[in-house]
Design a protein around this ligand. Structure first.
Ligand SMILES: NC(=O)c1ccc[n+]([C@@H]2O[C@H](COP(=O)([O-])OP(=O)(O)OC[C@H]3O[C@@H](n4cnc5c(N)ncnc54)[C@H](OP(=O)(O)O)[C@@H]3O)[C@@H](O)[C@H]2O)c1
Length: 295
């Protein structure tokens, strides 16, 4: 069964725009940031009271990890308190609430991928604020989806960086410029259109709860980019593996935060493809886009 009207906050972002595509043809409301600042609870209430959605999806976040370390108040305002307010406003109106979270809620020291019921132990202000957003969502009742994803890649840049990492490194490789990538940080690459379709399916199946939504498998950032270069026909592009410590970044990130899904089978939802297949799909779409731009 399909959910009725769906409102998406953060619809212009990397994942939000993939969600808009995944829900194409459906009754969508997609206010811009300036129209509905998610951290303004009266604006969120007005959206709910005017649009009367069945579901509100929150794809907005303050997710520049290093800036969150310096500005934890802002991280908690957007990623925790605003999520709490929206979950409460939704519950009061009978609206189901979906919010996107992150692998950064975990400590990142596990030798196996994290499952939905593993204990959270964030190392960063960003991760702590997102974990708080999860806890605060759950206290407003069961009609919510908390979707943890990791290392999202797609064609639309994140609002804080303005580019996608994969696009940036592919362009560098095509120009013959060198790239350095961290080889000791493990994650689950997550192709935005695949994550978006899984969120759509979880919503349509009313499969409430906490879900890990990432492409199957895990790799280092170096391995991810190396594989992309090979698949893109650039096997000799200069690429140097480096350690995270060598970057001199003081933020203590989780070093191994791959995600495993254990909930899709129960909801009769197909698992996401392996990350290598997701890269194939991304590269095919990119090649088609570049060819269309040249024509
Ligand atoms: N990117 C990743 O690798 C990754 C990994 C794990 C989890 N996540 C989570 O996935 C979710 C989506 O991330 P993304 O990569 O799609 O981010 P994104 O590309 O930066 O998009 C964020 C969207 O939210 C909007 N926005 C930001 N602050 C807002 C606010 N206060 N009120 C209303 N709208 C606001 C932005 O609009 P403007 O651009 O107009 O400000 C943009 O449309 C986030 O919850 C993030 O924590 C991301």
């Amino acid at each position: 069964m399909s959910a009725g009207r769906i409102a998406i906050v953060g619809a212009s972002g990397q994942l939000g725009s993939a969600l808009v595509a995944a829900f194409a043809g459906r009754d969508l409301v997609t206010p811009r940031h300036a129209e509905v600042p998610f951290d303004d609870s009266s604006a969120v209430c007005k959206l709910l009271d005017k649009a009367h959605p069945e579901v509100l999806i929150n794809c907005s976040a303050f997710h520049n990890v290093d800036t969150c370390e310096r500005e934890p108040e802002r991280a908690f305002a957007v990623n925790a308190l605003a999520v709490d307010g929206a979950a409460e406003a939704c519950a009061a109106r009978g609206v189901a609430f979906a919010t996107v979270s992150t692998d950064y809620v975990f400590e990142g020291t596990s030798s196996r991928p994290y499952r939905e019921d593993d204990a959270v132990a964030p190392r960063t202000a960003y991760g702590a604020s997102k974990a708080a957003g999860e806890f605060l969502t759950r206290r407003h009742g069961p009609r919510h989806w908390i979707v943890r994803t990791s290392g999202v890649f797609g064609t639309i840049g994140t609002s804080n960086k303005g580019y996608t990492l994969i696009e940036k490194v592919l362009r560098q490789a095509e120009r013959g410029e060198p790239t350095r990538m961290v080889s000791d940080m493990i994650f689950s690459p997550s192709y935005a259109p695949h994550v978006a379709r899984a969120i759509r399916d979880l919503i349509d199946a009313a499969a409430f709860g906490t879900h890990h939504v990432a492409n199957v498998g895990a790799c280092s950032w170096y391995e991810f980019v190396r594989t992309a270069f090979v698949k893109a026909g650039l096997p000799d592009a200069p690429l140097e593996p480096i350690t995270y410590a060598s970057m001199g970044n003081p933020t203590l990130r989780p070093m191994s935060s791959a995600l495993e899904n254990t909930t899709f089978a129960r909801a009769e939802i197909a698992p996401l493809p392996a990350w290598e297949s997701a890269l194939d799909e991304f590269l095919a779409a990119r090649a088609a886009r570049l060819a269309a731009a040249r024509a």
